[in-house]
Design a protein around this ligand. Structure first.
Ligand SMILES: *Cc1c(COP(=O)(O)O)cnc(C)c1O
Length: 434
């Protein structure tokens, strides 16, 4: 068996985990624990100097969280991963080693609404700025890069509009500029899309969504492919230059392809502190055990529901890359041939008012701000998640006033279709009367 590479279904259950050395417990224990006893003073010194790897304090590394890190790194095909408290924390973790005050990064306009807020407003407090660009226009991406640009950021399957980024084309632009390409792979998961195989350098996740899968636990992850040369350009001094917090240690020189991962643990988590709770890592590990089974069902259900909606008289259009009519169908075949995940949008005739009536009329769907749950979810982006954006930003992000977003769960597709059918009927009546 030694020469065998395990398949995805095997790795989603086994990667990173082994029977507990102390007890033989087969399932990964929840190490609900803060600190770890040193063997002696030399051991403690070696750990603090990063000369030996081990557990010191759970803000840096916790045994349950470490299993999750190794599992997601393996599924993505990366060399290492660092877990953190949420997807938003993961975006900070991904950029923190790269950026300094006055630096900028180039990001797609088609992003999760919360990311647009985080990048556009909160990051200003760090002195970081973002340049939002339509990633269909590669010349515009190129033109947005200047000598203070440190990264390029996009989503694989973009939330909310079912848009699929041409990762390979974007990666060539990033590569030519000597910049790492960061891909948020939350909506696709590594089962549907493996961004590293298409030129991405770092992958970020909100594990809160499909990876956990049942909406119990917040979490985030940054995965490093391990091939970006952090020293080549002098643009990334945090990784290439001596670190004053570790007696002048140079992360890239010392840790090679694990530099980004070690920096994430030894500096970002240590100093910024957005660590993941062990209970959340445990719940997420349980979720990942069934990832491929769930994603197949999510995708199959989404295709059935999208097909139903496309043929419904109250629906203006459906934006789902899994539909044969989608302009992104060819990209789906290139980047996520097993399916286009289960988040998509559709336009409701009657606009804003009909959408509000629709979300108030569903019975089986839950009206809430989340996605990637085993339950089916519905939201009207313009009145909720994308409410803080300008009308231009809403439309650019695929969240105009007539747009409803669905996250299709793993229930019976016929029940989901029946629920939408009755709710659309009520929404149509409501707007006709208005
Ligand atoms: C949810 C989400 C995030 C933010 O993750 P949290 O875990 O909610 O902080 C970032 N990107 C995408 C694509 C998401 O769906």
């Amino acid at each position: 068996m030694a020469d065998r590479t395990y398949g995805f279904d095997t790795l989603q259950i086994h990667a990173g985990a082994r029977p507990d050395p102390a007890t033989g417990a087969r399932q990964t224990p929840i190490y609900q624990n803060t600190a770890y006893v040193f063997r002696d003073a030399d051991h403690a010194a070696a750990l603090f100097n990063l000369q030996e790897l081990g557990f010191i304090y759970s803000r840096l590394l916790n045994p349950t969280v470490a299993v999750l890190q190794e599992r997601v790194a393996t599924l993505e095909g990366g060399v290492g991963a660092v877990a953190c408290a949420s997807g938003h924390a993961a975006q900070v973790m991904a950029l923190f080693p790269l950026m300094g005050p006055g630096d900028n990064f180039v990001a797609s306009t088609r992003l999760y609404g919360g990311s647009i807020n985080q990048f556009g407003h909160a990051f200003k407090h760090f002195g970081w700025s973002v340049r939002f660009v339509d990633f269909e226009d590669l010349d515009a991406v190129k033109a947005a890069v200047d000598d203070r640009t440190k990264a390029v950021f996009c989503e694989s399957i973009a939330n909310p509009g079912g848009y699929i980024t041409d990762i390979e084309a974007v990666s060539l632009v990033a590569k030519a500029a000597g910049l790492p390409l960061i891909v948020d792979n939350t909506s696709a998961t590594p089962y549907l899309c493996r961004p590293f195989e298409h030129g991405a350098d770092l992958v970020v996740h909100s594990t809160t969504k499909y990876l956990c899968g049942n909406a119990t636990s917040m979490g985030g992850m940054v995965v490093d492919k391990g091939t970006f040369d952090w020293s080549a350009s002098g643009k990334f001094p945090a990784l290439s230059e001596p670190n004053p917090g570790y007696h002048g240690l140079k992360f890239h020189e010392t840790f090679g392809n694990l530099a980004f991962t070690f920096f994430g643990i030894a500096v970002t988590l240590r100093d910024i502190g957005m660590c993941q709770a062990p209970m959340n890592a445990f719940q997420t590990l349980l979720g990942i055990e069934t990832l491929s089974l769930r994603m197949d069902k999510h995708c199959a259900n989404a295709l059935k529901v999208a097909t139903f909606l496309e043929n419904h008289p109250a629906v203006e259009y459906v934006s789902y890359a899994g539909l044969p009519s989608s302009p992104y169908r060819a990209r789906m075949e290139q980047y996520c041939p097993k399916g286009a995940s289960s988040i998509f949008t559709f336009g409701v005739k009657g606009g804003y008012d009909a959408c509000v009536k629709l979300v108030d009329s569903v019975e089986l769907f839950s009206h809430l701000a989340n996605l990637g749950d085993s339950r089916s979810l519905i939201i009207h982006s313009a009145s909720t998640t994308h409410r803080q954006l300008t009308p231009e930003q809403q439309t650019a992000a695929g969240a105009g006033p007539e747009v409803v977003r669905l996250s299709i769960g793993i229930e019976d597709a016929d029940d989901l279709i029946a629920d939408l059918d009755q709710a659309l009927e009520k929404a149509g009546r409501g707007s006709a009367a208005a």
